[in-house]
Design a protein around this ligand. Sequence first.
Ligand code: UD1
Ligand code: CA
Length: 444
Amino acid sequence: MTKSVKDLAIIILAAGKGTRMKSSLPKVLHKIAGEPMIRHILKTAESLKPSKIVTVISENMDDVKQAVAPHPTAIQKQQKGTADAVKSAMAELGDFKGDVLVLYGDVPLVTKETLVALLEHHRMGKNFGATVLAMVPPNPTGYGRIFQNADGTLKEIIEEKDANDDERLVRLVNSGLMVMEGDNLSERLDRIKNKNAQKEFYLVDLPNILKEDDLETGVIRGDYYELRGVNSRAQLAELEMSWQHRKRLEIMNDGVTLLDPNTVYFTADTKIGRDTIIGPSVIFGPNVEIEDNVEIRAFSHIEGAKIKSGACIGPFARIRPDTVIEQDARIGNFVEVKNAHIGEGAKANHLGYIGDAELGAQSNFGCGAITVNYDGQKKSKTIIGDNVMIGSNSSLIAPIEIGNGAYIAAGSTLSKNVEQDALVIARAETKSLAGKAKGRLKLK
Ligand code: UD1
Ligand code: CA
């Protein structure tokens, strides 16, 4: 087998407690763009098509185990350091002999391109036993400092806590991500000692062990903005911003207009078609698909919805899960739509609630009209046909069906089905009592 077609296995370290998050949730389950960090890194790992991805977790992390399924996990009983964590995964790797790539669950935004560059650099090195991914952060505090030989190979990595003042001035630091030879890895990890300030078994000592075996360690530099990790909530927010920034550029690059990009928020799975125009302060929750030529106006909140071509949403619209909005339909300001199908060209322009409902093609759902879908115990359905006019401020008490072409007068409260083409007025008749108003209002 030549070096370049070597098999790849990936180990994702995620056993750390994440104390600084001050959370009852394992750190890697905190979300970026609506998805747990561990899912971001897992997707990138999968894109490299390795023969195995093993995630190292600690005991009582069943929720992380579920988040990575069907990929296997390995349990590290005590957090004795990064080398010990990798060791915990060795049984899962069996007698794997290819390249082993170590990723961190709390470094979720590394790109496939960067990892491919790392693997290529490693595979090109004539005598490399490992290659580390380095970076230059604005502030190196907390990171292991990287020292290189004249030929660019690694001399050593000194952890912050073990470094002296001069060594701490070095700006090139270890991202923690590295690739190493799977051959003899177990045996080499066993040779790592915990003689350091933290009394931990450091993976960054592997290069020293490789030296004993006459092997070198390569160094390649990556972009800090994708290699930085999450240790605190503030860093979680920073990575969220980074992710959103990247996604906005990608979306605009795909032919979508964002009128004020920095105020629009996406979820990892948001899909948006060409020539769609998105106004300021629009938020996309999970599972949104928007076709071409849609207009989403300012301050709309959309989740779990499919919105078809030519539709116009907002400003100030709220679209909730399980909603489909057909072509050229219009959902205007202060309208909430949930679990509903809005037919082609249908309109709900102002102040309404459409929940558990179907609104037929070209129908008009008037201002202030609502579906009364919940009786305190169960949800019921409202089915409105095509070309129906629902007058302003009507209440449709579900379950109810309204036939095609029906016309419901404004202010009606309907609790019975309406036949096709019927005109229905379901409100108290107006009585006018001449002069009776006098004296009813005390004028000051
Ligand atoms: C590590 C590197 C440091 C690098 C930094 C980048 C070592 C010794 N140091 O330091 O050079 O600059 O990352 O962020 O490798 N983990 C386990 N089990 C353990 C210990 C850690 O699974 O016993 C996991 C953590 O969940 C985390 C990752 O390994 O995902 C890194 O651990 P962490 O303690 O954050 O390492 P640092 O001290 O930051
Ligand atoms: Ca860390």
